[in-house]
Ligand binder design. Structure first.
Ligand SMILES: [Mg+2]
Length: 245
């Protein structure tokens, strides 16, 4: 099947999720990573898709969320996911998982209990710092935080130097795509990627989904295109087909 045909079929999804890697997929590869500019047409199409009902658009990159936001200009409605899925944000402002919210509350209780400690809220985690707790109760504070953190079995805990942190487990782009699919109830996922880390994403696609590999190299994706220009054209086609009569 040709990519354009597969995407026309995908455009008829009840709930469509479109996910694009950034570098090498919607932004041509350049020597200076800070200079990697996106294809304007690709961004515009993602914004158009994101505005449509029952349509979710996301950019999923190994870059930090900050870098991704700067490079893409944080296109309205398009979810940005950094660090291969470890950092998720979104224009739609969906809440962090409930366990993380509960963990934040738990750490805040501990901070009230142990003067001198403080809670650091992170996008995908929360840290309890107890370096400032008086020496006679410092060790107790650490033990209390560790035992509080251990209750959140779906979060990863790290006990560092006077800091106990819990964070969301993210094991790559596959997990990120699974999470997005679940969260939005998508029945068809379209995923574009060019690199080895994108193979995790292709690996979790279902038969009805569309995986498009950009450029050469072995892949599990069922379709392949040459370059970012072609990806841009396909995104434009997809947006047109989804809005179409
Ligand atoms: Mg890439």
């Amino acid at each position: 099947m040709k990519a354009v045909d597969a995407l026309e079929r995908a455009a008829r999804a009840n709930v469509l999720l479109v996910v694009c890697d950034y570098d090498g997929t919607i932004a041509p590869l350049v020597d200076d990573p800070a200079a990697a500019r996106p294809e304007a047409g690709a961004i515009a199409s993602l914004v158009t898709l994101a505005e449509m009902p029952a349509t979710v658009a996301a950019i999923l990159s190994g870059r930090s969320l900050d870098a991704l936001a700067t490079l893409t200009g944080s296109p309205p409605g398009v979810h940005l996911i950094g660090s291969h899925g470890a950092e998720m944000t979104s224009a739609a402002g969906e809440p962090p998982p409930e366990s993380l919210i509960t963990a934040r509350g738990r750490f805040e209780q501990l901070a009230a209990q142990y003067p001198g400690s403080l809670v650091e809220i992170k996008p995908m985690g929360v840290a309890f710092h107890y370096r400032g707790v008086p020496a006679d109760s410092q060790a107790t504070a650490g033990v209390a935080a560790e035992s509080a953190a251990a209750a959140f079995t779906d979060l990863r805990m790290i006990h560092g130097k006077h800091v106990v942190e819990v964070m969301i487990e993210a094991s790559g782009k596959g997990e990120a795509i699974r999470d997005l699919r679940r969260r939005w109830g998508a029945d068809i996922v379209v995923f574009f990627g060019d690199d080895v880390t994108d193979e995790d994403g292709f690996a979790v696609l279902h038969a009805a989904d569309v995986g498009v590999k950009v450029g050469s190299g072995p892949t599990r994706a069922q379709l392949r295109v040459a370059d970012t220009t072609t990806v841009t054209e396909l995104l434009e086609n997809l947006a047109a087909a989804r809005s179409g009569p």
